[in-house]
Design a protein around this ligand. Structure first.
Ligand code: SAM
Ligand code: SF4
Length: 335
């Protein structure tokens, strides 16, 4: 499908992965992501249409993008999501198409999404306690998430991954219970370090549970063997992976803050309102929506992406002097 030159930045990193946020809206209100009252949602006319999203995706695939992940906000709350999935699948049968979701709607959608062309799903779940789930997400919906996960497994997604964010004093005692549960269910668990990307700016370095602490807790309870990068996810994957010594199951940790992986980063993001971001923590956005709606041809869209990628920063400065949190939060950028 490569009919255009790949996007390469000034540090030699090649863009292979595109994250598309299909909406900024969400049916949960996770404390590390957005305020209890929600956000002023984007007006509908500012959202890229499915035709615009598919066109952008096609140009990126022509430039060497191999994987597209749909995210949000909560992607499943955008109407007719399977329609978009089918349009993306039509771009290339080889495209790795995945979805990140809170799974509230997955029980009723898993089969259709699989049939439309999604290969893999990541479900976000930070606790197995109903009370804690309610406190973290501000909604009493743990049962729906578990039902969504079960439906994803039945629908044949492989692997079904579970992403968990741990916070001290909230759910930091759940590393081992979550790992045992995920292993038993056949889900691949990945812990993601808490990042300063909430709208309320309440991120607290002292409440972040570092990857090393998570690993130590896991190793005390469950014998692990590191998976070498060549046997794990692709080398640009941010997760370090371990397998259980008895060969059943794997667990990963994404140390975005304490061990940044910016040097291997191969991704760009498109926000729901059509802005390219080359990093979660970038301050600059590059407007594709305006270009598309002013009649720009494919070459002009490609040029905007290429120029954005050329300005991609070598890495983020989280935890260092001079770090300034971006104006938009995780749900608006697309996690
Ligand atoms: N709503 C979907 C979901 O929750 O899976 C997709 C969007 S959500 C922004 C994507 C991922 O970002 C989720 O796994 C969520 O836990 C994670 N996330 C949100 N805010 C975060 C933060 N401040 N630090 C680390 N991960 C965060
Ligand atoms: Fe919604 Fe996902 Fe943010 Fe939670 S993390 S509020 S589910 S967008």
């Amino acid at each position: 499908m490569l009919s255009r030159a790949p996007f390469v930045d000034t540090h030699g990193r090649v863009v292979r992965d595109l994250r598309i946020s299909v909406t900024d809206r969400c049916n949960l209100r996770c404390v590390y992501c957005m305020p209890a009252e929600g956000m002023p949602w984007l007006p509908r006319e500012q959202l890229l249409t499915y035709e615009e999203l598919a066109r952008f995706a096609r140009i990126c695939v022509e430039c060497g993008v191999r994987g597209i992940r749909l995210t949000g906000g909560e992607p499943t709350v955008r109407q007719d999501l399977p329609v978009l999935v089918r349009m993306l699948r039509a771009i290339s049968p080889a495209l790795d198409l995945s979805l990140t979701t809170n799974a509230l709607e997955l029980a009723g959608m898993a089969d259709e999404l699989r049939g439309a062309g999604i290969d893999r799903v990541n479900v976000s779940l930070d606790t197995l306690s109903r009370e804690r789930f309610h406190a973290i997400s501000r909604r009493d919906r743990l049962a729906d998430v578990l039902a969504g996960l079960a439906a994803a497994k039945r629908a044949g997604f492989s692997p079904v991954k579970v992403n968990a964010v741990l916070m001290r004093g909230t759910n930091d005692d759940e590393a081992v219970p979550l790992a045992r549960w995920a292993r038993g269910e056949g889900y691949e668990l990945r812990f993601v370090e808490w990042m300063p990307l909430d709208f309320q700016h309440q991120w607290d370095r002292n409440r972040l549970v570092p990857a090393d602490d998570i690993l130590a807790a896991l190793e005390r309870a469950l014998p692990l063997l590191p998976v070498p990068p060549e046997d794990g996810d692709d080398p640009s994957s941010p997760a370090r992976t371990w397998r259980y010594r008895d060969g059943v199951g794997r667990v990963g940790i994404i140390a975005s803050v304490t061990k940044p992986f910016c040097g291997q980063c191969d991704r760009i993001r498109l926000t729901a309102d059509g802005q390219i971001r080359t990093c979660l923590f970038a301050h600059r956005e590059h407007d594709v929506r305006h270009a598309m709606r002013s009649g720009a041809g494919d070459d002009a869209i490609e040029a905007i992406v290429r120029a954005a990628v050329l300005r991609k920063a070598p890495g983020h400065l989280v935890g260092q002097a001079g770090f300034v949190q971006p104006a938009r939060g995780m749900s608006a950028i697309g996690g």
